[in-house]
Design a protein around this ligand. Structure first.
Ligand code: HEM
Length: 200
């Protein structure tokens, strides 16, 4: 993909909707997303399955594993917010925003939206890897900038989890979460536990 983007510009294409800065920004997305977000999705899924003891009853089957990964993306996604710039005057709920507002201060809170109490999700603040009432998934964005790496990330997370369930069926936190709560470093965008100490 990077090659295609670079070739596109090398050939003198100057499509107004894909500026040089946007190509650079997408290169950063490509490099960081794979290295940062997919491992964090796997860590978050593993943490919640172990902390809630759901790991021991989860069957290593495509459907159940996919549901667990899906629930992590709702309950505790690795990317909790992303930045925006408004292209025209707009309004979000009761807040008016002028065109060109830099959304460093206007962070789109994907993680929070997935627990919106106005959506009829039962117990939105509970991690439930078997739930069937999840709201539409926001963790990979929406619309024209929807994450192109979503299928790869989902495949890697599901495959890693399936392999772990097969090879380490007795995986457990070294200490129960209640006795040794995981530390989640503060970050405006990325989220995952600092360590996951386990026994098998
Ligand atoms: C769990 C893993 C991942 C999550 C949660 C995630 C999340 C997101 C989100 C929310 C966006 C939309 C940002 C926006 O609307 O401005 C996005 C865009 C993007 N992602 Fe991912 N991503 C993940 C994995 C990946 C992987 C593995 C790749 C590439 C190998 C990737 C490449 C990209 C790129 C290039 C964009 C920019 C698309 C555009 O601006 O049109 N992502 N990602």
């Amino acid at each position: 993909m990077l090659r295609a983007l670079l070739d596109y510009h090398a050939k003198g294409n100057r499509h107004p909707e894909l500026t040089r800065v946007e190509v650079a920004s997408m290169a950063v997305d490509l490099l960081i997303s794979n290295a940062e977000l997919t491992p964090r999705l796997i860590a978050n899924t593993l943490h919640h399955l172990l902390a809630t003891n759901a790991y021991t009853t989860l069957l290593p089957e495509p459907h159940t594993v996919a549901m667990a990964v899906q629930e992590t993306l709702r309950y505790d996604p690795p990317l909790i917010g992303w930045l925006r710039v408004t292209t025209r005057d707009t309004r979000i709920a009761d807040t008016r925003l002028p065109a060109g507002a830099r959304l460093l201060l206007l962070l789109l809170l994907l993680g929070s939206a997935a627990r919106d109490e106005r959506h009829p999700t039962i117990d939105p603040d509970t991690y439930n890897p078997t739930r069937t009432d999840a709201p539409p998934l926001l963790a990979f964005g929406v619309g024209i900038h929807y994450c192109p790496g979503a299928p790869l990330a989902l495949h890697l997370a599901r495959q890693t989890l399936t392999n772990l369930l097969h090879t380490c069926p007795h995986l457990a936190l070294s200490l129960p979460e209640a006795d040794a709560p995981a530390h989640w470093p503060t970050n405006t965008a990325l989220r995952s536990p600092e360590h996951l100490t386990v026994t098998w």
